[in-house]
Design a protein around this ligand. Structure first.
Ligand code: PDD
Length: 294
């Protein structure tokens, strides 16, 4: 757990940091966030994450709380003060605090900024990835703007809990056409019968994952084709391989979907290669500006 947390201008101890009871993030989930991976003392893809944060704020007319350089400074401070060499940093911006009232356009609100970091034991995720994870499909009951990274995460909370009860660690959400939109907190991929990496194309139905974007770049470098097209649970059952992408798990092999083994039932060669190359690629991004400075 973080020992030092940033909230609205100050660095506080974890147990003392707090926000106002009428923060709109608390009452309306009127709030956006980012999770950025820290890998061997470096932020992974900070520019892409902060670009997405800007877009999320702009889509919801949340005023940017400060300059990008100032946000990046806070992120780096939190990573350093908590001595996180491998883990994630969480940044949340709420619309601000006001007496509870649904509309916001006639108020000049000052956004709340929260930043925390979480440490991972080095190699812990590699141990999970060596075996792979199970996913469970279920209906996607979320709203129509899943491309905005908001904290309105109750459908994801319920989906992941239900997946857990079914012995899986992620839920793959299925739209009304019977096609998978994405994972509850990851983007969903398969390696199809043609040996292409397949993941749904971007739209309002899914989050434009930063790891998804970087994975497409890495696949390009490796000469592996990517087909941005939606797929069904049935396509997944008969796929050669499957995996998820997210900042907290990078490329995570999926070995079972709805209790059915995918491919050989073990992490496959495409996924393994991509995961290894992803880290290599991320390390190449470490030069210069993406360093946390520690
Ligand atoms: N989740 N789709 C959803 C719904 C997500 O919540 C996430 C990330 C992703 C992957 O996006 P990225 O590659 O930018 O992390 C896709 C984060 C990790 C979380 O909420 O913890």
């Amino acid at each position: 757990m973080s020992r030092i947390v940033y909230v609205n201008g100050s660095y506080r101890s974890y147990n003392e940091a707090s926000v106002h009871v009428e923060d709109r993030g608390l009452q309306f989930a009127d709030s956006v966030y980012e999770v950025i991976e820290v890998h061997r003392n470096h932020l992974v893809d900070p520019t892409r994450h902060l670009n997405r944060l800007d877009r999320s704020m702009s889509e919801l007319s949340i005023q940017p709380p400060m300059s990008r350089a100032a946000l990046l400074h806070i992120i780096r401070q939190i990573v350093r003060r908590n001595r996180v060499s491998d883990g994630t940093v969480y940044l949340q911006v709420t619309r601000g605090t006001a007496p509870r009232d649904f509309p916001f356009s006639d108020k000049s609100l000052s956004p709340t900024v929260i930043c925390l970091a979480r440490r991972f034991a080095r190699g812990a995720r590699d141990i999970v990835a060596a075996t792979g994870i199970s996913v469970q499909t279920m209906p996607d009951i979320r709203w129509g703007r899943c491309d905005i990274k908001t904290v309105m995460l109750l459908p994801a909370v319920l989906a992941k809990d239900q997946a857990g009860q079914a012995g899986a660690s992620e839920a793959w959400l299925v739209d009304s056409d019977g096609l998978i939109t994405e994972g509850a907190s990851s983007n969903a991929w398969i390696v199809n019968q043609k040996g292409e990496l397949q993941t749904r194309s971007l739209s309002h139905e899914l989050l434009p994952g930063i790891t998804r974007r970087t994975a497409i770049d890495v696949a390009g470098e490796l000469g592996i084709s990517v087909n941005e097209q939606a797929f069904s649970p049935q396509d997944a059952y008969t796929a050669k391989e499957a995996f998820n992408t997210s900042a907290s798990a990078t490329i995570m092999p999926v070995i079972r979907v709805d209790h059915r083994s995918i491919g050989s039932g073990k992490p496959g060669p495409f996924t393994t290669k991509l995961r290894a190359a992803f880290h290599h690629y991320a390390e190449r991004l470490h030069s210069g500006k993406s360093s946390t400075g520690s």
